[in-house]
Write a new protein. Structure first.
Length: 278
């Protein structure tokens, strides 16, 4: 087993993933085209790889960062054939780990029993691609109530988004923390009626790869089922160029799941969010 810490160029990592025999190695942050951008966003990272002749049999990335007083190791992967063995090399005592891993993986019971990982949530991965867009009719008069917000200028609208966010996602990071860590590719759309924000759509658009990552879509609880979320989504369809929209949706949020299905998203995979907090 070989361990490499911040020593491999991300182009090489993308090459390893792309040429690996295991099909699931094609996925990191969407696809191999996005590997460079994903790694560039990490403060520090470690790459664990198991060499196999001229390629790599298994690969895992660990993004290390701090939340408050706790140091978190976020595991990306593992990818390849020797997954359980690779995690044995990666996981160290007295550390905290977060993993998002395909629920169909047969070795999940092994690592939960061996290391004491607990299940935090199960997610549906939903996707909306160009084929879905062609089948989705956008004839919604509410779309004209949607506009793009500039983070550096529209502070009043952002404050209203923050209030909606706190109501809809009470257990997530604050909206101000989310905004402070945005990339240049992040967009914020709001639905306004009489100058009051009733809902918002926060997403990241990677123009080079055409991948749109939906971060948050929220509507004031008093305004739900009134077409606000649909208008926000249809604005995206009409005004942005993308090949794929991808998001993770907790399976416990059945109302949101039904909405995404209604606008053309398809279920592609289920993932388990696992946590080890020693």
């Amino acid at each position: 087993m070989e361990t490499m810490t911040n020593q491999i160029n991300s182009d090489i990592v993308a090459f390893i993933l792309h040429h690996n025999q295991a099909s699931d190695c094609a996925y990191v942050g969407g696809d191999t085209k996005n590997v460079n951008a994903d790694i560039a966003e990490m403060d520090t990272y470690t790459i664990f790889a198991s060499p196999n002749l001229q390629s790599y049999d298994s690969l895992c990335l660990v993004d290390t960062y701090t939340i408050g007083s706790k140091r978190v190791n976020e595991i990306w992967g593992p990818f390849g054939n020797q997954k359980a063995a690779l995690l044995t090399e990666v996981i160290q005592p007295n550390n905290r780990y977060e993993m998002l891993i395909k629920s169909s993986e047969p070795f999940i019971p092994t690592i939960t029993e061996k290391y004491g990982f607990s299940l935090v949530e199960t997610y549906n991965q939903l996707e909306f691609n160009n084929r879905n867009r062609q089948q989705h009719e956008t004839d919604n008069t509410n779309v004209n109530k949607v506009k793009e917000i500039l983070f550096e200028r529209d502070s009043a609208a952002i404050a209203e988004c923050a209030a909606i966010h706190q109501t809809c996602f009470p257990d997530s990071s604050s909206f101000s923390d989310i905004v402070s860590n945005l990339t240049a590719n992040t967009k914020l759309l709001v639905f306004q009626s009489d100058q009051v924000v009733l809902g918002y759509f926060l997403f990241e658009l990677r123009e080079q790869s055409g991948w749109l990552s939906l971060e948050y879509l929220a509507v004031d609880p008093d305004q739900q089922r009134q077409g606000v979320a649909t208008a926000l989504f249809e604005y995206v369809i009409n005004h942005f160029d993308f090949s794929l929209i991808s998001l993770m949706q907790p399976i416990s949020h059945q109302a949101a799941f039904k909405f995404y299905q209604s606008v053309g998203f398809t279920l592609t995979e289920q993932y388990s969010h696992l946590r080890l907090d020693n």
